[in-house]
Design a protein around this ligand. Sequence first.
Ligand code: COA
Length: 372
Amino acid sequence: MSTGANGLEGVVVADTALSDVDGERGELWIRGEPVERLAVRHAFAEVLGLLTTGELPEPTDGRIPSLLSRGRSLAHRRLSQLGDAIDQPNAMDALRAGVAHYRAADLGPGDEAAAVLAGVVATLAAAWACRQRGEELPEPDPAAGHADDVLRLLGARPGPAGRALDAYWIAVIDHGLNASTFAARVVASTGSDLISAVTAAIGALKGPLHGGAPGPVLDMLDAIGSEPSAEPWLRQELAAGRRIMGMGHRIYRVRDPRALVLEQALSRYRQALGQGADPVVRRLELARHVERVATRLLSERHPSRPLAANVEFFTAVLLEAIGVPRSLFSAMFAASRVVGWCAHVAEQRASGRLIRPASRYVGARSGAAPAA
Ligand code: COA
């Protein structure tokens, strides 16, 4: 029997028709569609519909946008009932506490719940950012697109930034049996409710080895500052035994395909900004240089274990460029991945099987077993 000491690496725990990650080829498929194509041709609301129902809605179909809007309004209305529950130093703790206030019945049936909850989570994240600045959350606008409205709520500019946020949310909507999705499926497999599964998943996503890496990626770019400092800085970190954030992945043995999706979204955003794009261009050039140096240094240290940039590397650059504060990066990730969690909870329920692995006892025993 496998001992699990390898962190369940390579162990298949569930069948899924939601997403497929090919770590050797660097591919991510959402319901059979390559993520690159979805991010270029479709809106987040459409991909949300695809993931939760298996069908891509028409771009003109208003069902999902209105469910997202319902989630934003619900979160705004309920804010006063949360008291100081979301006034926590870490946005992910605020999300966990905020989401825990809901009951599954508040969210509507089946696939509706995923869209409403995505609206709730994004709005709670924006509310947290406003409260940190001592401001009130503005009223959501039901006529606005989801990404545009969320940016406006948190005090950033909609427009081209909204399209970039949409592409980011598509890139991270689902990703096989990552740690937070596994946590959600374990909770769902016990017969527990959706909110319990989602709060468990938020807890798992908070960790720096999973969704908590993009903030530290920006800290790293700040600390490096300019291209000539990249190599000495990275060497020093590695010599001190620290991990380079945004590099390496449990599944991918090549560059994470979502890094390219985000780079392309950044390029489109840059073009839309025109003259005003200089800071974005400088940040992107520094990030690309740091990625190249980090990839080289990691391959020298681990010649048989390819370690390349993961999604968090360019998440940091994209979210910073569109005006999302770095303390909110993991919460913005959750605002999309919550859709994947909900879809996996539904799939797990349909399978009906309790997830209950075994452990190997390696502790001591006192004396002989008592006679039966
Ligand atoms: N920087 C430096 N070394 C790294 C590294 C990184 N980012 N990622 C992996 N390594 C090293 C490990 O220390 C290990 O070295 P060792 O064999 O000398 O102990 C070796 O590479 C193998 O890594 P392993 O621990 O098997 O990788 P994993 O599958 O458990 O970890 C991550 C995957 C994502 C947790 C890991 O790559 C990491 O910590 N990355 C940084 C955090 C991050 O970006 N997280 C977001 C993921 S989307």
